[in-house]
Design a protein around this ligand. Structure first.
Ligand SMILES: C[S@@+](CC[C@H](N)C(=O)[O-])C[C@H]1O[C@@H](n2cnc3c(N)ncnc32)[C@H](O)[C@@H]1O
Length: 296
């Protein structure tokens, strides 16, 4: 499906954005988009995404030259002045779409796209940090189940059991069993948040979606049959959206319980921007206490 009914343009203070060109009811599919590139990751403490840099670079090298320039157009998404060229539409595979916006790099209209300056590891990292969508596919889910239901409990039970046996000279087997019960009862639920497998993908159009703490759209990744087809992101409206409104998503939707002030801090620390969504603007202006009372 093409991105009908939406457009990509600049908004004040937030760079390029996705705007509704007509009214939408809740639950409407706005667009579907295959991943440009995706990698397997781990996540620690529901926040720190870890992947092998060389893998990311290797995947980039395997892209076609047009795809490479789309990928490169994402760097640096937010550091340069957002000067949109006439007719530029993000995600379109035309010559004007996906132009290089890299500092110190010649615009693509004149140079040979075959030999762009190589991206550094740091630049790759910045692209993935800013634009990577994290999700779990079915293989990740299986690995997580094995990890959290078998490996982690067994390992932690064995360690706790050994410590218990050493401390109290208890029989090893009894200690491991006791530690296992203890683990499932107390540590098990916590362990689920400590470490898990996932995947991360770059979706060119979707990476133009700005964040809001009260988003009007939500994304989902379908990664069934990933070996044969690239995972596909679909974006749907969450509520009624009026013509001219910006479409936004929640960048930290896996942490719904945070207070507004904590959300702002996290977005600044992890994503490097001061959120200017309506909710945050209200929070800055005067009623932080009122907002936090509402949240309680
Ligand atoms: C994935 S990009 C979104 C598209 C980006 N606006 C662009 O021009 O390509 C994320 C960046 O957009 C900006 N941004 C997104 N949501 C924002 C918000 N609520 N307030 C301020 N800046 C925001 C930040 O600079 C952030 O690092």
């Amino acid at each position: 499906m093409d991105a009908n009914g939406i457009e990509f343009r600049e908004v004040e203070g937030r760079g390029r954005a996705v705007i509704a060109k007509r009214d939408f009811q809740p639950g409407i599919l706005l667009f579907e988009e295959p991943a440009l590139v995706f990698v397997k990751t781990w996540m620690i403490l529901t926040g720190v995404i870890v992947f092998r840099r060389d893998k990311v670079e290797h995947k980039y090298e395997a892209l076609l030259s047009e795809e490479k320039s789309q990928y490169r157009s994402l760097y640096p998404v937010c550091e340069e002045p957002h000067t949109e060229r006439h007719g530029e539409r993000h995600g379109e595979s035309t010559e004007s779409g996906g132009q290089l916006r890299n500092r110190g790099r010649t615009p693509e209209a004149s140079p040979s796209p075959a030999s762009p300056t190589p991206l550094t590891s740091q630049q790759h990292l910045q692209i993935w940090d800013n634009c990577g969508f994290h999700y779990c596919d079915s293989l990740d889910d299986q690995r997580n189940q094995i990890l959290h239901v078998v490996v982690c409990p067994a390992l932690l039970s064995a360690i706790t059991g050994c410590a218990y046996a050493y401390r109290f000279q208890a029989q090893y087997v009894k200690s491991v069993l006791a530690a296992g019960v203890l683990f499932f009862a107390i540590v098990g639920p916590v362990c689920y948040r400590l470490f898990y497998f996932g995947s991360q993908a770059i979706f060119v159009k979707a990476s133009r979606l700005n964040h809001s703490c009260q988003p009007n759209a939500e994304w989902q990744v379908d990664a069934v049959g990933e070996a044969k087809h690239a995972p596909t992101l679909s974006l749907r409206t969450k509520q009624r959206v009026k013509k001219g409104e910006e479409l936004t998503i929640d960048y930290i939707r896996e942490l719904p319980d945070l207070k507004q002030s904590e959300r702002r801090k996290l977005l600044q620390q992890d994503y490097g921007f001061l959120c200017t969504c309506t909710r945050c603007t209200r929070c800055i202006s005067d009623d932080v206490e009122e907002l936090e009372a509402e949240e309680r």
